[in-house]
Design a protein around this ligand. Structure first.
Ligand code: NOJ
Length: 746
C-alpha cells in the first residue's frame, strides 16, 4: 500500500470510530466494534518490522537525530521522559507525517504525585483517606501533563507495602488492600478522566505484581508470595484498577517464587487477561526484560525477548529486546506472528482511545498557563492539609497567643526535599516551604536550621539553643531528604537520621514548647523522639504547598486531617507488623515485656504468646490512627439485620458526636473479622471509611452500606467466595479501637 492510500485508509478508519466512545462490548478500556475494525485495517497495512516498532519504547536522552530517524522509520511506538511540548510536537510530526504509517507516538512520563504542581507523595495522599481528593489531584496532574503532550503516566503504583524499610513505600497507598483499591480507582479516573479526551492521560498500574513484598525491604529483591496471599492481599487494588478502566500495566522487577514478572504468563495472561478481561497493553519496567538475564531466567537478550513476548508483554521499555530480536524469533517460529499482532492491537487500541490519531499535537503556547493554576495550588494545599497526621498533642496545638517562634530543623526550608521522591517536573522555585509560609503568616520568626540536611551529624546546637531563649515556641521540621526514599532507596535503620533526634533533645532542654513536624517518605520509628516534643505532626513529603498547609495547621486555620495509611512501628525489628495479620494460634495476651520481668536466676519461661520480649506486639501507632483538634465519640452501632445473604448489603448505622470545642473531621472506619474460615483469617480488615465533618458539639447519625460481597476471599479450595458464618464488625476511629457488633452470613 502506498502512503497516500494508507493515509486514506487511516482517515476512513478514524472517521469510523470515535476516540471517546467509551464502554461497549464489555471492553474494560472502552473499545467497541468500530475501534476493533479500525485496528484491523491499520494492522493489515503494517509490515512485521513496523508492528515490532510499535512494541518498542525508547527514552529520550540520546541523540535527537537518531531518535528522529527511529521514529521516521517506524521503529518506535512510544517515547518516555520528554516533557517539552515543542519537542513532543516535533516528534509527533515526524511520526505522523514522515513515517510510512503515520501512527502517532504515545509519550510517557512518571507523573506520580503531580506534574508541575506537586501533591503530597502517594503515601501522604493515602493518609487523607479521601479518594475524592486523590482523583482531583490526578486530574490536575493530567491537565498539566497533557498540556505539554504527555499522554501516559506510570502511575498509580499499587504495591502493598508491609515494610517501611522499602524506599518505594513512599509511592504507594500503604498496607491495606481496601484503601489501596479505593485510591487506585480514584487515581485511574483522575488521570484518564471520566470520558476520554485530549486531557486524558493513560494510567499505568504498577508494578505487576508483588514488588512491594521485596524480602528484607530491599528494593528489587525477590518475593515469595503464595498464590492465595497474592490474590487476597496484593492483587485486589490491581483488579479494582482494571475494573475502573486502567489502560496500561507495568510488569515488576521482582521474581516471585523464582519467576520474574516480565516472564510470568500466570499473572500476565491467566489472571490479567483471562480472569479480569484487561484489554489495554502491558509494558515492561525499565529494562526488566533484560534483567531476566541477571535473574538467570533467560540466557541472553534474544531469549529474554522471546520469553517476554510469549508470556504476555506487549511493549518493551528500554531493553531493546523486541526491536533487536522479535523479527528473527518470528522467522524461527519461536514467537508466533499472532502474538505480535495481539500486542500491537492492544497498543493501537489505547492510542486510538486516547484520540492521538485525531490530535497528536498540543498547543505549546498554552502549556505554561495550564500549570500552577490557582485551582491546582489550592488543591495541593488542601490535599497536604488532609494528609498531615497529628500523632501527639499535649495541648500546644494549635498554637495560640504565640508571637515569636524559632523555626529550626533541616526540613524547614528544603524546597526540593519537601517535594519527595519522583517529582521530576516540580520546580523547587515554586515550592513554598514552612519557613516561607510561617514568615508570611505574620509571626515573628527566628530561623536557625540547626542541621544543614537530614543526614547532618553535627552536634553543636548552641546557636539554636541561644535563639530559643527569646521565643514563645519552637517549630522543628525534621525527617528525610527526598533521596532517602523512592526507588532503590531502602534503609535498614528507620530512626530519624543524622543528629535530628539529638537536635530535638537539645530543643527540649530549652524548656520551650516544641512542635515537631516530620517530613519523610516512610513511617519512621519516632518512639525515642516522642518524649522530646509537645506535639508531633507527620507530613510525609507534602509537595509544593506543604509549607502553607503546615503553617495553617500549626496556627489552627486548618486541622491535621490525615490518618496513618500504614502501621507506625516502635522499632524496625518489628517488621513486618501490619494490622490485618492473620489470627495466630497464640495471640498476644498482654504478657509483660522484658523490662517488667525480674531477673530471677533460673527463670525458664518469659511468655507463651506471639510477641517480642523487648518491644511487645503493638506498634507505636496503629493503622488508621490520627488525632485531631477535637474529640469524637462513637455510639449506638446498629446493623439492619442479624443475618445476611451473600448477595446482600450490610447497613450499619452509628452515632458520632464531636465532643470537643472546635469543628472537626472524623475518619470513620469500619473493620470486619470473619470468625471462622476455611483458612486462618485476618484479625480485622478495613471494609469502609468516610470522612465526617462535625461542628463543635454536633451529633450525627450515619449509615454505611457494605456489600456482603466485600467479605469474599480466596479460600482453602482457591475459589473466591463469601464463606457463611459469624462475623464481627467494628465502627471506630482506627484499627485498634471501635465498637463491635456481630452478624451472620448464610
Ligand atoms: C523504573 C521504575 O521502577 C518504574 O516505576 C518507572 O515507572 C520506570 N522506571 C520509568 O521511569
Amino acid at each position: 500500500m502506498n502512503k497516500t492510500i494508507l493515509i486514506l485508509a487511516l482517515a476512513t478508519a478514524v472517521a469510523a470510530g470515535s476516540a471517546c466512545s467509551g464502554g461497549g462490548n464489555g471492553s474494560k478500556v472502552g473499545s467497541d466494534a468500530a475501534i476493533e475494525k479500525r485496528i484491523d485495517r491499520i494492522l493489515s497495512g503494517m509490515t512485521l518490522t513496523e508492528k515490532i516498532g510499535q512494541m518498542n519504547q525508547v527514552s529520550v536522552g540520546g541523540s535527537d537525530e537518531m531518535m528522529a530517524d527511529a521514529i521516521r522509520n517506524g521503529s518506535v511506538g512510544s517515547i518516555l521522559n520528554e516533557v517539552d511540548p515543542l519537542k513532543i510536537n516535533e516528534m509527533q510530526r515526524i511520526a505522523v507525517e514522515e513515517s510510512r504509517l503515520g501512527i502517532p507516538l504515545i509519550v510517557g512520563r512518571d507523573v506520580i504525585h503531580g506534574f508541575k504542581t506537586v501533591f503530597p507523595i502517594p503515601l501522604g495522599i493515602a493518609a487523607t483517606f479521601d479518594p475524592g481528593l486523590a482523583e482531583e489531584g490526578a486530574r490536575i496532574a493530567a491537565l498539566e501533563a497533557t498540556a505539554c503532550g504527555v499522554r501516559w503516566t506510570f502511575s498509580p503504583m499499587l504495591d502493598i507495602a508491609r515494610d517501611p524499610r522499602w524506599g518505594r513505600i513512599a509511592e504507594g497507598s500503604g498496607e491495606d488492600p481496601y484503601l489501596n483499591s479505593r485510591m487506585a480507582v480514584a487515581m485511574v479516573r483522575g488521570y484518564q478522566g471520566h470520558t476520554l479526551d485530549n486531557t486524558s492521560m493513560a494510567a499505568c498500574m504498577k508494578h505487576f505484581a508483588g514488588y512491594g513484598a521485596a524480602e528484607g525491604g530491599r528494593d528489587y529483591n525477590s518475593t515469595n508470595i503464595p498464590e492465595r496471599l497474592l490474590r487476597n492481599i496484593y492483587l485486589p487494588a490491581f483488579k479494582a484498577a482494571v475494573d475502573a478502566g486502567v489502560m496500561t500495566v507495568m510488569t515488576s522487577f521482582n521474581d516471585n517464587d523464582g519467576i520474574p514478572s516480565t516472564g510470568n504468563s500466570h499473572i500476565l495472561k491467566d489472571i490479567l487477561r483471562d480472569e479480569w478481561g484487561f484489554d489495554g497493553f502491558v509494558v515492561t519496567d525499565w529494562n526488566s526484560m533484560g534483567e531476566m538475564i541477571s535473574h538467570g531466567f533467560a540466557a541472553d537478550r534474544k531469549e529474554a525477548a522471546m520469553v517476554a513476548a510469549n508470556e504476555g508483554v506487549d511493549m518493551d521499555m528500554m531493553t531493546f529486546g523486541f526491536i533487536s530480536h522479535l523479527e528473527e524469533l518470528v522467522k524461527e517460529g519461536k514467537v508466533k506472528e499472532s502474538v505480535i499482532d495481539n500486542a500491537v492491537r492492544n497498543i493501537l487500541r489505547v492510542k486510538i482511545l486516547l484520540g492521538l490519531f485525531e490530535q497528536p499535537y498540543v498547543d505549546a503556547d498554552a502549556a505554561e498557563a495550564a500549570c500552577y493554576t490557582t485551582a491546582a495550588l489550592e488543591a495541593a494545599r488542601k490535599t497536604a492539609e488532609e494528609s498531615v497526621i497529628l500523632l501527639k498533642n499535649d495541648g500546644v496545638l494549635p498554637l495560640t497567643g504565640v508571637r515569636k517562634v524559632l523555626v529550626t530543623g533541616p526540613l524547614a526550608d528544603a524546597p526540593h526535599d519537601q517535594l519527595g521522591t519522583w517529582a521530576f517536573d516540580g520546580e523547587k522555585g515554586r515550592t513554598v516551604t514552612p519557613l516561607a509560609a510561617l514568615r508570611e503568616s505574620g509571626l515573628d520568626v527566628v530561623y536557625v536550621p540547626g542541621l544543614a540536611f537530614s543526614r547532618d551529624k553535627s552536634i553543636d546546637f548552641s546557636a539554636v539553643k541561644a535563639a530559643a531563649r527569646g521565643v514563645d515556641a519552637i517549630l522543628a521540621f525534621v525527617g528525610e531528604e527526598a533521596i532517602l526514599s523512592g526507588e532503590a532507596h531502602s534503609l535498614s535503620d528507620i530512626n530519624l537520621i543524622g543528629s535530628q533526634s539529638e537536635l530535638l533533645k537539645a530543643l527540649r532542654e530549652t524548656g520551650k514548647p516544641v512542635v515537631a513536624t516530620v517530613m519523610a517518605g516512610r513511617p519512621l520509628t519516632v518512639e525515642r523522639d516522642l518524649g522530646n516534643v509537645d506535639a508531633l505532626l507527620y507530613a510525609f513529603h507534602p509537595g509544593t504547598m506543604g509549607g502553607p498547609a503546615l503553617a495553617r495547621i500549626i496556627l489552627g486555620e486548618a486541622e491535621p486531617g490525615g490518618r496513618t495509611p500504614v502501621t507506625f512501628l516502635r522499632t524496625v525489628g518489628q517488621v513486618p507488623m501490619y494490622y490485618n495479620h492473620n489470627m495466630t494460634g497464640r495471640p498476644y495476651n498482654g504478657e509483660t515485656l522484658l523490662e517488667g520481668i525480674g531477673l530471677e536466676a533460673g527463670q525458664t519461661s518469659l511468655g507463651n504468646t506471639s510477641y517480642y520480649l523487648d518491644s511487645g506486639a503493638q506498634p507505636l501507632f496503629p493503622f488508621g490512627y490520627g488525632l485531631t483538634y477535637t474529640t469524637f465519640e462513637y455510639g449506638n452501632v446498629v446493623l439492619d439485620k442479624d443475618v445476611y445473604d451473600a448477595d446482600g448489603v450490610i447497613e450499619v448505622s452509628y452515632d458520632i458526636t464531636n465532643t470537643g470545642e472546635r469543628k472537626g473531621t472524623a475518619v470513620v472506619q469500619v473493620y470486619v473479622r470473619d470468625l471462622v474460615g476455611s483458612i486462618a483469617r485476618p484479625v480485622k480488615e478495613l471494609k469502609h471509611f468516610e470522612r465526617v465533618h462535625l461542628a463543635a458539639g454536633e451529633k450525627k447519625t450515619m449509615t454505611a452500606r457494605i456489600p456482603v460481597s466485600e467479605l469474599a476471599f480466596w479460600g482453602r479450595d482457591m475459589t473466591f467466595n463469601v464463606e457463611p458464618g459469624e462475623f464481627t464488625m467494628w465502627v471506630g476511629g482506627n484499627s485498634a479501637s471501635g465498637i463491635p457488633v456481630g452478624f451472620r452470613v448464610r
